[in-house]
Design a protein around this ligand. Structure first.
Ligand SMILES: Cc1ncc(COP(=O)(O)O)c(C=O)c1O
Length: 467
């Protein structure tokens, strides 16, 4: 319905404060009353400083939407790559953007053990009743045991608060809300670079964060000195976000001696370690080896946060299954923390979905199925290692410049940081139809042995011929 509006609103404001004063000075003319949007508290509105659609000047009868003041959001830098890939009609195209496992034929893969368990679940005719807020008890038990080891004292002494979360992302978001509520003075330190969604999660939860150095472009390796210096310089009691294994996007992990030094420093500074474990078992092929960093910190009696995801290691991407674990120094503290995590979850999504939780509980809880899973995980991790090796061999064979490509072999997990800059990464896409994030990250899980030589050609061309 056409409505008569008299609006004079500058909505493209480069700075939040400018935007606020403009709106204040136009009080009375701003007719967004029923939009449900509040522009009154700029400091806590994470969207308030987004560039909007430009100067709106309507002094006429128009088909106005009350949502006209909402600007188009930018595409997600990772998921947007898949959209662009779909639109490309070239036969050469290769999607190395999103971190999802593909077969050698570059097809999505559903684990056999998952299919088996799903059939069992169907036969049993299980119901779809609501889960409790904290999720499926059998899942929560096995997920904490998988992470810490069933015999770990933190488990035996009930010092872990575990709640089922909406995969890794949802679990991180729950923890961020807990930090916002109970540690309002604390900030979170995140690695530079890190998985793109970390910043979104803490921004949306209104938790301040800053970065610690992690990646050294000169060596395409870990900037350990920088990392230590930045963690040391942070205010006491900060949360330090660490990737448990297979750092995303770099594929570069600290070695065991470095983990010890990181733990020493975090203890010394009274920081709280916050592990993001999205790749347990998927990095090395061993669930235990990939949990070594978390277990090292737990063995020191430290309190810590751990977010878990089953997207990659069980291929349950869209089932949204994961968990948030908080290790406390007493069972009483763990019980209280768990009650507060539930309190946060209740108004957000009430209770989590059951399907993925049952899959994990059944697979991990049954020794035969558990072994089948481990074998399939080794197979997936092995295929990724094979393409990593073949890519390295192809780069060495084809590149006559003498450049040392060995950093590729030193990285672990599904990602490789190629060292290509944004323009070079764009050349990969525009000229070679290789879709990847603009930070130079490629997902080796989306690569086949057959495509390694083509990819090597694309990387060599982009590296040497594009500045
Ligand atoms: C480092 C890291 N954390 C968390 C996640 C969360 O993924 P999901 O929400 O699918 O479990 C990912 C996925 O790519 C990741 O790479």
């Amino acid at each position: 319905m056409a409505s008569l509006l008299s609006v004079s609103l500058t909505s493209a404001s480069p700075s939040p404060s400018a935007s606020l004063s403009t709106q204040e000075s136009h009080k009375g003319k701003l007719k967004l009353r029923n939009s449900g949007l509040s522009f009154t508290n700029e400091k806590i509105n994470p969207f308030a400083n987004e560039k909007s659609s430009g100067r709106i000047s309507m002094v006429a009868a128009v088909n106005a939407s009350r949502f006209d003041g909402i600007a188009m959001a930018p595409p997600d830098p990772i998921l947007g790559v898949s959209e662009a890939f779909k639109a490309d009609t070239s036969e050469l195209k290769l999607n190395l953007g999103v971190g999802a496992y593909r077969t050698e034929e570059l097809q999505p893969y559903v684990l056999n053990v998952v299919k088996k368990v799903e059939n069992l679940m169907l036969e049993r005719g299980e119901n779809k009743e609501y889960l409790p807020i904290e999720g499926l008890a059998a899942f929560n038990k096995v997920t904490a045991e998988l992470l810490f080891g069933a015999d770990n004292p933190v488990i035996k002494e009930q010092k872990v608060a575990t709640v089922q979360g909406l995969s890794g992302t949802g679990s991180l978001r729950l923890a961020a809300a807990l930090i916002e509520r109970y540690f309002p003075e604390a900030k979170v330190l995140i690695s530079s670079p890190t998985w793109g969604n970390h910043k979104n999660i803490f921004n949306d939860a209104r938790v301040p964060w800053s970065e610690y150095r992690y990646y050294d472009p000169k060596t395409v390796g870990l900037d350990f000195e920088g990392m230590i210096a930045d963690i040391k310089a942070a205010p006491e009691g900060s949360f330090v976000l660490l990737h448990g294994c297979a750092h995303n996007p770099t594929g570069i992990d600290p070695i065991p001696e470095q983990w010890e030094k990181i733990a020493d420093l975090i203890q010394e500074k009274n920081h709280i370690p916050f592990f993001d474990v999205a790749y347990q078992g998927f990095a090395s092929g061993s669930l235990d080896a990939d949990a070594a960093s978390v277990r090292l910190f737990a063995a020191r009696g430290m309190e810590l946060f751990v977010a878990q995801s089953y997207s990659k290691n069980l291929g349950l991407y869209s089932e949204r299954i994961g968990a948030m674990n908080v290790v406390c120094t007493s069972a009483g503290a763990a019980a209280r923390v768990k009650s507060q995590l539930k309190r946060i979850a209740r108004p957000m999504y009430s209770n989590p979905p059951i399907h993925g939780a049952r899959i994990v509980a059944n697979v991990v809880g049954d020794p035969a199925l558990f072994n089948e899973w481990k074998a399939e995980m080794e197979m997936m991790a092995g295929r990724i290692k094979n393409v990593r090796q073949k890519l390295y061999d192809s780069l060495c064979a084809k590149d006559k410049s003498g450049k040392d490509w060995s950093f590729i072999l030193e990285q672990i997990g599904m990602f490789s940081f190629t060292g290509l800059n944004q323009t070079q990464s764009e050349n990969m896409t525009n000229k070679w139809h290789v879709y990847m994030t603009k930070d130079g990250r490629i997902s080796l899980a989306g690569l086949s042995l057959a495509k390694c030589e083509y990819l090597a050609d694309a990387i060599i061309d982009s590296f040497h011929n594009v500045s």
